[in-house]
Write a protein that binds this ligand. Structure first.
Ligand SMILES: O=C(O)c1ccccc1N[C@@H]1O[C@H](COP(=O)(O)O)[C@@H](O)[C@H]1O
Length: 220
């Protein structure tokens, strides 16, 4: 079905939580702009630094490799930075704006700050990060008892960010899948979308057919 408000030609897709080099290559071939590697041990998508190094090698030229960390200390960031050919940090914990600025200065790589949204008040705090981050990732706020701060396959009320303007690029995340991504893009105006659970057959297991369906739908 044709969309009433077609996405701009520069829509970008991030596939997060990849653990198989073949899937990294596939993501690039299918037209994803970013892949994410999760350095959070509690996640079913967690990879070691050594594994991520191999995954990064599998990425076709032009596919940006994003290191997802959660309240990581400098020791872990140094280890990743020294061993994995990453292009961007994704800070997905409760990092302060000051910590975002520190990470950016320490490594000279762009930083994408994830912000969990459930209410207008959450949306309001985005502005403090817009001053220091290179990109924003707007995700569903994790439930209080959740083990993971993201990657839970939960979406939020997209009306909260409908056609919002920030002075830097932002990415929509949280519970996206091949069926709902077009609607989410149309409603929010997001030019970038990120998915993890929505392209999996089981937690941590990416499904190539779902990856293809998602990327096609998001770039349509
Ligand atoms: O994917 C994970 O395991 C994860 C762990 C810790 C923090 C964030 C994580 N994933 C990110 O969460 C969002 C939404 O994911 P989903 O599509 O709802 O599963 C996405 O940005 C992932 O990068």
């Amino acid at each position: 079905m044709k969309r009433p408000d077609p996405m701009p030609a520069d829509s970008k897709v991030k596939i997060c939580g990849l653990r198989d080099p073949d899937h990294v290559e596939l993501a690039g071939t299918l037209g994803a702009a970013y892949v994410g590697f999760v350095f959070f041990p509690k996640s079913p998508r967690a990879v070691t630094v050594a594994e991520a190094r191999e995954l990064a090698w599998a990425a076709p030229v032009g596919l940006a490799k994003v290191a997802l960390v959660v309240n990581a200390d400098d020791a872990l960031l140094d280890q990743i930075n020294d061993n994995v050919a990453i292009d961007m940090w994704q800070l997905h914990g409760s990092e302060s704006p000051e910590r975002v600025a520190e990470v950016k200065a320490r490594y000279g790589l762009p930083v994408m700050k994830a912000i969990g949204v459930a209410t207008e008040a959450d949306v309001a705090q985005i502005d403090s990060y817009a001053k220091v981050a290179d990109q924003l990732l707007i995700d569903a706020k994790a439930p209080k008892d959740a083990v993971l701060p993201g990657g839970n396959g939960l979406s939020f009320d997209w009306q909260l960010v409908k056609r919002k303007y920030w002075s830097l690029p932002w990415m929509l995340a949280g519970g996206l899948n091949p069926e709902n991504v077009g609607r989410a893009q149309n409603l929010t105006g997001a030019r970038q979308v990120d998915v993890s659970s929505g392209v999996e057959s089981a937690p941590g297991v990416k499904d190539p057919a779902l990856m293809e369906a998602f990327i096609k739908a998001a770039l349509a």
